[in-house]
Write a protein that binds this ligand. Sequence first.
Ligand SMILES: O=C(CO)[C@@H](O)[C@H](O)[C@H](O)[C@H](O)COP(=O)(O)O
Ligand SMILES: [Zn+2]
Length: 187
Amino acid sequence: MMELIINSFKESADVKLAFVELYAQQILDVGKIIAQALKDGNKLLLFGNGGSAADAQHIAAEIVGRFKKERKALPAIALTTDTSVLTAVGNDYGFETIFERQIEALCMPGDVVIGITTSGNSENVIRGLSKAHALGATTVAFTGRKGGKVVDVAHYSFIVPSYDTARIQECHITLGHVLCELIDNLL
Ligand SMILES: O=C(CO)[C@@H](O)[C@H](O)[C@H](O)[C@H](O)COP(=O)(O)O
Ligand SMILES: [Zn+2]
């Protein structure tokens, strides 16, 4: 059990170090794009399933509330929170459409849309990002493993180099926090 505990923390740290080696420049590029979009009056939309739904909400909360610096409120919406919309759309059109339909309703050209999926193959996330791409938003995938099909509908993909869902999620939330800090500093 002690070994399990120590290995989990070590793996989490190793995955994050490998990730930043690969993606430091792209993190800065995407941070600048989101900051500019928010400056221009556009918004950030986010979604994912399970732990990634929690990550979407967590990041939206940092943007609407505050991260580290005192600044004005900024527009970010997690599309994972309205149970009436999620159940109506899921029930009437299918679970794979729950993000796509909300993107159709809310996404404007110039917005930035982040889809979070550790496998890269969740149909509802792929369809949500695909619709956002078609509507003229900048699309960003937080993914893992081999990237999955979601990379085909994303302008920018962050593929965490791990096959362990928990380790991928831990890197995704670090990425989300770093983007929030960049946004704070770039605005
Ligand atoms: O948090 C976890 C596992 O750590 C789970 O809730 C996990 O998010 C769910 O199984 C998701 O449905 C996985 O979907 P995805 O990341 O492959 O898109
Ligand atoms: Zn989890």
